[in-house]
Design a protein around this ligand. Structure first.
Ligand SMILES: Cc1cc2nc3c(=O)[nH]c(=O)nc-3n(C[C@H](O)[C@H](O)[C@H](O)COP(=O)(O)OP(=O)(O)OC[C@H]3O[C@@H](n4cnc5c(N)ncnc54)[C@H](O)[C@@H]3O)c2cc1C
Length: 479
């Protein structure tokens, strides 16, 4: 019997489980995929937003501002890549400057500090790569970027070290409350009992709610296509660059990612299909044309890959985080579209408070319970790599040449439970560079097979039926 079961291991569910792991509670984190963070939380722009895009009346604005302020402490405790380099919003016409003024005023109303209205010269000083036609804008120094998957992984690892039990490949199919506790049943018939349930199932929060007899609502996926430029692209700016927003989106951006690459996107298009993560050549051309108006050095030739994510949107356009009014001990965490990543630390805190108010007794654990997970090998100096090599030569055996990832790092990922190609990619960055895994995928597969004993033909890209090889292999030597 768990005190609480959190459904969904994206940023919302993980940060809730992490918050709860600070207390003497038995917590289950249930995820339908083979690994954590495989939902919307791996397919986004990685921006820690600046708190000026949404009006003060919305829950998402309040949690965005609070979440933004929590990242330094979290980074210190958990050790994921995060940079607070600031955000620029730029206008190219006097009409656009009217919207810029509104955003600036909205940021002030939300309590954001240090926003700076800028003329053309100041903007060009802050970002020399900006198109010189820019007329004005503002600077939000509190904005930044994180590596979203490493953020999720480090939080999950910390939560697990503090007692949270993670159940991957557990797709919640239904839930029943019998007067004292919930029984959640998976698609394969496994059962988990818990006194409280948190529904943080992203795009599928509406289905979970319905299947647990709670509120009826509809999640509408809003698709965003993103395009990643080569690490060497000369167009990489110093700060995130936003155009003035439209009604439904923050616009198409130029993002210097925390990983050192440059990303352009996302689009914003409603779709009915919760699995549609396709990208298209037409959208790519549109995006390149749009971002070239802001940074004209961007070239389609620098694009190395594309992906799409689906924002889980409610009709209200706001987050819906409340104790259910229809069924007992059930917290809804739905409609977590952008700025969900930014708000996530505050979402976890907010849900924890809802659970406490609903009667979940919380007694703080003593001692050093937030064990940090630090993963800093990529910042090592050549001298310290020499020392690591002395201990274990696999630290200098490079497996992914584009991102310079060693065999020892792949093994570290495997030992932390990531055995799919995507899990290892998101944990280490192996396969994320220019050749997109062309060189290293087969090598990584051999290492996984060697370390885990899983036959090569059973290895998957991301769990389920996503097998990497078809047919049976003859003998493969795994060195
Ligand atoms: C293109 C794009 C760009 C974005 N950019 C930003 C940005 O720069 N900054 C920002 O702040 N926000 C951004 N966002 C928003 C942000 O990514 C989301 O708000 C956030 O990731 C939502 O997290 P979540 O945990 O609520 O959902 P998810 O990450 O989707 O997590 C839900 C989890 O529940 C699991 N699940 C579903 N059904 C079940 C079930 N039946 N049983 C068990 N598990 C289940 C899923 O597999 C998934 O892992 C962006 C979104 C998109 C699409």
């Amino acid at each position: 019997m768990y005190d609480a079961a959190v459904i969904g291991a994206g940023v919302s569910g993980v940060s809730t489980a992490w918050q709860l792991s600070h207390y003497e509670l038995k917590i289950a984190l249930l995820e339908k995929c083979a690994d954590v963070g495989f939902g919307v939380s791996k397919a986004n722009s990685g921006i820690v937003h600046g708190g000026f895009h949404h009006p003060v009346s919305t829950l998402k604005a309040r949690l965005e501002v609070r979440g933004n302020l929590m990242f330094e402490k979290l980074q210190y405790e958990l050790g994921f890549p995060f940079r607070r380099d600031g955000i620029l919003v730029v206008a190219f016409t006097p009409e656009e400057m009217v919207t810029v003024q509104k955003l600036y005023a909205q940021g002030l109303a939300n309590g954001v500090r240090n926003l700076e209205m800028c003329g053309r010269d100041r903007l060009l000083q802050l970002e020399p790569k900006l198109n010189h036609e820019v007329v004005g804008g503002f600077f939000a120094p509190g904005g930044g970027t994180i590596e979203p998957y490493r953020y999720v992984f480090s939080m999950v690892e910390s939560a697990r070290k503090n007692g949270v039990e993670l159940h991957c490949d557990f797709k919640v199919a239904s839930g029943e409350f019998d007067g004292s506790h919930w029984t959640l049943t998976s698609a394969t018939g496994e059962k988990i009992k818990a006194r409280y349930v948190v529904n943080a199932a992203g795009l599928f929060a509406d289905e979970i709610s319905r299947n647990c007899g709670a509120e009826e609502f509809k999640i509408i996926p809003r698709k965003g296509e993103e395009y990643l430029l080569d690490r060497e692209s000369p167009a990489r700016p110093k700060r995130v660059i936003f155009p003035v927003p439209t009604k439904t989106s923050k616009g198409v951006l130029v993002i210097p990612t925390a990983e050192g690459t440059t990303m352009i996107g996302p689009t914003a298009e409603l779709t009915e299909d919760k699995d549609d993560v396709s990208t298209s050549a037409d959208r790519m051309k549109q995006i390149v044309a749009q971002v070239r108006q802001m940074v004209d050095g961007i070239s389609a030739r620098d694009i190395i890959t594309s992906f799409a994510g689906l924002r889980p949107v409610l009709e209200s356009e706001d987050f819906y985080i409340e104790l259910s009014k229809k069924v007992p001990n059930f917290v809804q965490v739905a409609g977590i579209q952008s700025p969900g990543l930014t708000a996530s630390p505050a979402i976890g805190e907010y849900v924890k408070d809802i659970l406490r108010d609903a009667g979940l007794k919380m007694m703080e654990k003593g001692g050093d319970y937030t064990l940090p997970h630090r993963h800093e090998i990529r910042h090592e100096t050549p001298e310290s790599l020499d020392a690591l090599h002395e201990k274990d030569p696999r630290w200098t055996h490079v497996v992914c040449r584009c991102e310079n990832i060693s065999e020892a790092e792949i093994i570290e990922a495997i030992r932390h439970g990531h055995t799919t190609l995507d899990g290892i990619k998101f944990y280490t960055r192996a396969g994320m560079g220019r050749c997109q895994g062309g060189f290293c995928s087969s090598r990584i597969m051999m290492i996984v097979s060697r370390e885990t004993g899983i036959p090569m033909e059973q290895l998957t890209k991301k769990g389920g039926g996503s097998r990497l090889l078809s047919g049976k292999l003859g003998s493969v030597s795994v060195k």
